[in-house]
Design a protein around this ligand. Structure first.
Ligand code: GLC
Ligand code: CA
Length: 569
């Protein structure tokens, strides 16, 4: 009897021992060695403004859950939700008072779990925002820390004596205005905050801080999140001697002296923390996205880590900084990031950057330009992160009166700096009351553009911005050249038309973007890339021309139009 079952038992034992040696989760990679996040399309949701399920004027997790089918149909594979944790909301969630819960205004942990399960059913990953540099001043860690000079968590934050009465420890300036030091009269010491005074910086040199924060990521991974967007990574460490920063000429929009933040940003120690976080992420097959403000590609490169052991997805925010429709400028940025060796991450706007619709639009052809921009960042080699509402051409809706401003920096800096309310307005779902976002008065006014730019009406219109996004994303998900192909810049001297080829084995996709207001005639010779084809087979054309094939020796492009075509050998 026993002998009969022996082989089966041996197989079971062998399988069991293989499984027990395997890492917690095995990474799925495709034939090219690409991981899920390299083929995924990410979508940033500002939860206050996405969808309000209980009609209190503020979006919430159940609201997001109710729109998962919309996101799936659009072609979204992962959503990054900006902070939804308990918070006094001084910086609208970027001041976290409890890392392991959900703010009641957004719902409950049970709602989060439901959202997670519903998303997972649709193959959508959830990415949370990890606010690492600072907590809220109402976090229990800070309440303990400020309670006395000998409190157990005193050293979890950065406390120092002033230089004398009314004189903070050094000249560092908060990026949100004024000194980066606030005196706490109780213990008569200053604490440091790179952002608002209600956002005290954690002391990452203290191993207990590091352990507690790493555990936060484990806690959410165990709940099913697929990764984190790491907030303000530049600012984690400060010079231990607190040297004054060099003062530069002039003042900024908030009226403070310009400074070169050499002693409180981008310290090398940041990378030790990123390597540590990556180890934890790897145990959970998770992805780390970085809010990486960099001045050049060599800085960006460092965030990937010398052995690709830091962030998988440091955002290329230099790309988002190209503020004009300039083929030479985009070409330069793309070539730089493409040659950096890591996997590029493209962003054109977010909750801190004015909407792309206005930044690139000329005021007349904005819809056409929005489609050109979509065809750009969704067809490059790399992963795009969309910002909610970009797909319907949402505008910035800046406050016109100081008393309406919600973002504190807009009040400090008014009128030069109007704050970030304009790019955070409610999602425009339809042409009805409050754009279908909520039954009640939304926390920020809906942009007047909702009558013409909303999901419901754009779904009906085959030539809308939304339909263009859907078409490009559908192509991107199935086309091997768009997913895995190399990038080749074409016609690199053309000042008006940005063209490139994505090549994968014997297939290629040609992308031609007329960024000018005039018709442009272009010619392509793809023999250097190994293609003898005389014409391209149209996959998408945002202009009126609907020919299924376009000749490569004479291609005429309407003003502000995008052409995507496949080419074969
Ligand atoms: C990041 C966030 C921004 C926030 C700041 C402070 O820059 O994107 O919205 O105000 O960090 O946490
Ligand atoms: Ca609500």
């Amino acid at each position: 009897m026993f002998r009969k079952f022996l082989p089966v038992i041996l197989v079971i034992i062998a399988t069991f021992s293989i499984l027990s040696q395997a890492p917690a989760q095995t990474k799925k990679v495709d034939a090219e060695g690409h991981e899920w996040w390299q083929h995924a399309v990410f979508y940033e949701i500002y939860p206050r403004s996405f969808a309000d399920s209980n009609n209190d004027g503020i979006g919430d997790l159940n609201g997001i859950a109710s729109k998962l089918d919309y996101l799936k149909d659009l072609g979204v594979d992962a959503i990054w939700i900006t902070p939804c944790f308990p918070s006094p909301q001084v910086d609208f969630g970027y001041d976290v008072s409890d890392y392991e819960n959900i703010d009641p205004m957004y719902g409950t942990l049970a709602n989060f779990d439901t959202l997670q399960q519903e998303a997972s059913k649709r193959g959508i990953h959830i990415i949370l925002d990890f606010v690492m540099n600072h907590t809220s001043d109402q976090h229990k860690w800070f309440l303990d820390s400020k309670s006395s000079r000998t409190a157990p968590k005193r050293d979890w934050y950065i406390w120092r004596d002033g230089k004398g009465p009314g004189h903070p420890p050094n000249n560092w300036i908060s990026t949100f205005g004024g000194s980066a030091w606030t005196l706490d009269p109780m213990t008569n010491q200053y604490y440091y905050h790179f952002f608002y005074a209600q956002q005290p910086d954690l002391n990452w040199r203290n191993p207990a801080v590091k352990d507690a924060m790493f555990d936060v990521t484990r806690w959410w991974y165990d709940r099913g999140v697929a990764g984190f967007r790491l907030d303000a990574v530049d600012t984690l460490f400060e010079d231990s001697k607190l040297k004054d920063n060099p003062v530069l000429p002039g003042t900024n929009k908030l009226g403070d002296p310009n400074m070169d933040n050499v002693y409180n940003t981008k310290l090398p120690e940041v990378h030790d923390v990123l390597r540590g976080l990556r180890k934890v992420a790897d145990q959970h097959n998770a992805v780390l996205i970085g809010e990486t403000w960099t001045k050049d590609v060599s800085e960006l490169k460092r965030y990937y880590g010398g052995h690709n052991n830091e962030l998988q997805m440091p955002m290329d925010l230099m790309f988002a900084r190209v503020d004009k429709l300039s083929p030479p400028e985009f070409r330069r940025q793309i070539a730089a990031v493409d040659s950096a060796g890591g996997w590029p991450v493209f962003v054109i706007s977010n909750h801190d950057i004015a909407r792309s619709y206005d930044r690139y639009g000329d005021g007349v052809h904005n819809d056409a330009i929005a489609k050109v921009m979509a065809a750009l960042y969704l067809t490059l080699r790399g992963t795009p992160i969309m910002y909610y509402g970009e797909e319907i051409g949402m505008t910035n809706n800046d406050p016109t009166r100081k008393e309406d401003v919600k973002d504190p920096i807009g009040r400090t800096g008014w009128p030069e700096e109007k704050g970030r309310d304009g790019e955070r307005t409610p999602m425009q779902w339809n042409g009805e009351k409050n754009a279908g976002f909520s039954e009640s008065q939304p926390w920020l006014p809906v942009s007047p553009s909702y009558t013409t730019h909303n999901v419901a009406s754009e779904l009906e219109d085959p030539s809308s911005i939304l339909q263009t996004y859907r078409q490009i994303l559908a192509l991107r998900h199935k086309n091997a050249a768009l997913l895995d192909g190399e990038y080749f810049a074409l016609n690199v001297k053309d000042p008006n038309v940005l063209s490139y080829l994505r090549r994968y084995k014997d297939q290629a996709v040609l992308v031609v973007l007329n960024m000018s207001g005039q018709t442009q005639d272009v010619t392509f010779d793809l023999t250097p890339q190994g293609f003898q084809a005389k014409s391209a087979h149209t996959l998408l054309n945002t202009s009126g021309t609907k020919s299924p094939e376009l000749s490569l020796s004479h291609m005429s492009l309407e003003p502000f139009s995008a052409y995507i075509g496949s080419v074969s050998k």
